[in-house]
Design a binder for this molecule. Structure first.
Ligand SMILES: [Zn+2]
Length: 295
């Protein structure tokens, strides 16, 4: 068992092949705990969060963020995850309790739950006037294939994407993580084919992580005799960017009618963050004080 959430990046074949390998068990467990997700919804949300962490590891700017939205028309409803450039990520699924029986042993029905009639959208906010938005149709709703298709269509990078979440019988997350293998122009097809074969031989990534003690060990097992070099590492954690002050400012921007409506519905001036389910309670005096500060 790997004892922390992190990812490593490696390069092979004169940097023509890029690899990213991640372990995200604690983060997916925290997302499951906060949203009280079913087994299949945990797997779907966990795969999206894992992919977001891995894609987000390429963000450069201090305040850059990357969001993945997957909407396949299935009963899970849309799934989203947002990460920043410091390895903090959060995720949500619209219908966390939605579930479907699995059709084959050891394989959750993620594609059926998510649906296939829709799109995956990647939004990169790099602090420019407009965020970069790439949208591609879903292939299978299994997330891994859909992210690979996104890389191919939207970024012209042929990629092998493996994302896995192993859910225990008590619904806790036993293991989660992912692997990207990306071929840059000039990558040798024979090396790629050999590497692909070696990845397949290792079996599902979540099982592989479950029985390994570090990502460095997993990388060794995958690469075997192909020379490579580890070029980066990043710690990962489930962490939302909400907070009392931030939500107080949002509350203060509402009209008194809207605030009264919240108080009538909930019985108090209370709001819950969609991304992490944290509940924040405000007083009228606090909100009015912020409203008075406004020019
Ligand atoms: Zn939050």
């Amino acid at each position: 068992m790997v004892n922390r959430d992190y990812l490593i990046k490696a390069v092979a074949q004169d940097q023509q092949i890029r690899l990213t390998l991640s372990h995200t068990t604690a983060s997916v467990q925290e997302a499951h705990r906060r949203h009280d997700t079913s087994a299949t919804a945990s797997a779907a949300m966990g795969r999206v969060l894992t992919a977001a962490f891995m894609m987000g590891s390429d963000l450069k700017g201090d305040r850059d963020t990357l969001t993945i939205r997957v909407d396949g028309g299935g009963i899970s409803g849309p799934i989203g995850a947002t990460v920043d450039s410091h390895g903090n990520g959060r995720a949500l699924v619209s219908n966390p309790q939605a579930d479907l029986p699995s059709k084959s042993p050891g394989k959750l029905a993620v594609g059926d739950l998510v649906g296939r009639d829709g799109f995956v959208e990647v939004i990169k906010d790099l602090g420019l006037k407009q965020p970069f938005i790439g949208t591609v149709p879903l292939v299978s709703g299994e997330i891994g294939e859909d992210i690979a298709n996104y890389f191919l269509i939207s970024e012209q990078i042929p990629s092998l994407v493996s994302l896995g979440v192993l859910v225990d019988t008590d619904l806790s997350i036993r293991s989660a993580g992912g692997l990207f293998v990306q071929a840059l122009p000039g990558a040798d097809d024979t090396v790629l084919e050999k590497l692909e074969q070696q990845v397949l031989e290792q079996g599902p990534i979540s099982y592989l992580l479950d029985k390994s003690s570090s990502l460095e060990d997993v990388m060794k097992q995958i690469m075997q005799d192909i020379p490579y070099k580890v070029v980066g590492e990043q710690l990962l954690q489930f962490k939302c960017n909400c907070g009392h002050d931030r939500l107080a400012r949002i509350m203060a921007s509402l009209s008194s009618e809207e605030l009264e409506e919240i108080e009538a519905d909930v019985g108090k001036l209370e709001v819950c963050c969609n991304f992490c389910r944290e509940v924040y309670l405000f007083s009228w005096a606090e909100i009015e004080a912020i409203q008075k500060q406004k020019p």
